[in-house]
Design a binder for this molecule. Structure first.
Ligand code: AMP
Length: 126
């Protein structure tokens, strides 16, 4: 079920548990501001998720409340992961789902990085 991105942060969400090391993940990258890991149900040859270490429900919450250092660190981390995975020359796609219409399932901001193959149209059925 998609989440309501206007609700307060839930410390029991699955990505909070991954950040605390309570459940495993295949780590791709980590620094002071961000953590990246492989998506458990990949939708492309390369499918990684990058999350901020802070408690932010969505892109909306993050862009409104995070510090400039957190925002800068997170944006740089997304770029680091894409470069580390060799995605720049062939190209790749970033996606952040927000709330019900976005189909957001996990209430901790995450940016999807898709690549490793041609990714087709941006939105199907339009
Ligand atoms: P979204 O619909 O944007 O909220 O995407 C949530 C993503 O989290 C989906 O692509 C899931 O496959 C992924 N996911 C859910 N649980 C885990 C997990 N334990 N480890 C890695 N990825 C996960």
């Amino acid at each position: 079920m998609p989440i309501d991105a206007t609700l307060p942060y839930d410390d029991d969400n699955i990505f909070a548990k991954i950040l605390r090391g309570e459940i495993p993940s295949n780590t791709v990258y980590e620094d002071d501001f961000a953590f990246a890991f492989e998506d458990i149900n990949p939708q492309a040859e390369v499918h990684a998720l990058v999350i901020p270490k802070g408690r932010y429900v969505s892109w909306d919450d993050f862009s409104a409340k995070a510090s400039d250092a957190e925002i800068g660190g997170f944006v740089r981390a997304v770029g680091e992961v894409a470069r580390a995975k060799g995605l720049v020359e062939p190209g790749y796609r970033l996606l952040a789902n927000i709330g019900a219409h976005g189909g957001q399932e996990v209430p901790h901001l995450h940016v999807h990085i898709f690549g490793g193959q041609p990714l087709g149209p941006m939105i199907l059925n339009r």
